[in-house]
Design a protein around this ligand. Structure first.
Ligand SMILES: [Zn+2]
Length: 319
């Protein structure tokens, strides 16, 4: 009996100890509340691709989207378990080809407030330093794609050459266009000039015109409409392909099922629509990986044709 009592007491004590420890863990651990990681990495053939999150901006799709109605937009948002204001990722992509480190788009920098502008921190968190970047390819000169070229009044990427299509440069960096733009558009011109001109002055900007191979395996393809020189970038290694869409689309819940829906930021909405349809059809047919600046981070996945529209299939997360 003594032995049984002994074991029983030990057992009770162990049980009580466990109970106290579990209880303490529940009451004691403070919530961490730091942001989730903002980079995601994968291999594409021999290339290493790192998606980078600059931050998220709240959009009002019912006010911004055109060729639709607010009721239709709300219905499609609800169908995807979303509503206004819609937090919308601002993504950029870093490609290490083995011989060049290439950044596609540069985020917002300080232009959109403290909820964004995290790109350089994410580059560092992902294991690189901004001064290692050799080339920066810009999809178009809107502030959420070029703002991060500058860190205050300094060039954020000291050793990089910046490249963009000449048509966007001609439009956004021409002071005469800024002069005649409507009041609510003038800031777009100012921000493009402030972000790009220091690189131009330093001899670190080089435009291209339309479809151009920029480094082996990375090619600019003209997809003009959202802006006059909007470009997408095709990344290919060992038969694997990633196409970075920039701003071919903005609101996944609406513009995948209904590609005809356009956005106020388009310089030329009908042309932007032609490019979106072309890119969607090609991605669905080619079954290659797609990345886009405003898809939910990491903004990487595939497209599947679905009736008159498409379904976005986000990439299968892998560590
Ligand atoms: Zn954008």
């Amino acid at each position: 009996m003594t032995g049984f009592g002994h074991w029983l007491r030990r057992g009770m004590a162990a049980f009580a100890g466990t109970f106290v420890l579990v209880g303490a863990a529940h009451a004691g651990a403070a919530m961490v509340k730091t942001p989730s990681p903002g980079y995601y990495r994968l291999m594409l053939g021999d290339f290493e691709v790192t998606a980078l999150l600059d931050g998220a901006i709240d959009l009002q799709p019912t006010k911004l989207l055109t060729h639709t109605t607010p009721a239709q937009v709300n219905k499609l948002l609800a169908r995807s378990f979303e509503k206004e204001p819609l937090p919308t990722s601002v993504n950029a992509y870093l490609i290490n080809t083995g011989s060049k480190l290439v950044l596609v788009d540069a985020g917002t920098g300080g232009l959109f407030g403290p909820a964004l502008g995290g790109l350089v921190n994410q580059i560092k968190a992902s294991g690189y330093q901004p001064e290692q970047i050799d080339e920066i390819y810009i999809t178009h000169l809107h502030a959420d794609h070029v703002g991060g070229l500058m860190a205050g009044d300094k060039m954020a990427f000291a050793n990089a050459v910046v490249r963009a299509d000449q048509h966007d440069v001609d439009f956004w960096l021409d002071p005469a266009n800024a002069e005649k733009a409507p009041a609510d558009m003038k800031d777009f011109f100012k921000m493009a000039a402030a972000s790009l001109n220091p690189y131009v002055a330093a001899g670190k900007f080089k435009a291209f015109d339309g479809d151009t191979e920029l480094v082996p395996g990375v090619k600019a393809v003209a997809a003009r409409g959202h802006t006059a020189g909007h470009s997408i970038y095709v990344i290919e290694s060992k038969g694997q392909k990633l196409v970075l869409w920039g701003d071919l689309m903005h609101v996944a819940a609406v513009q995948f099922p209904q590609p005809q829906v356009t956005i106020m930021f388009d310089s030329d909405s009908p042309a932007a629509l032609v490019q979106r349809r072309k890119a969607y059809a090609d991605a669905a047919k080619g079954r290659y990986l797609v990345g886009s600046a405003h898809l939910p981070f990491p903004g990487l996945g595939h497209l599947r044709a679905d009736g008159k529209g498409y379904t976005w299939v986000p990439i299968n997360y892998q560590p």
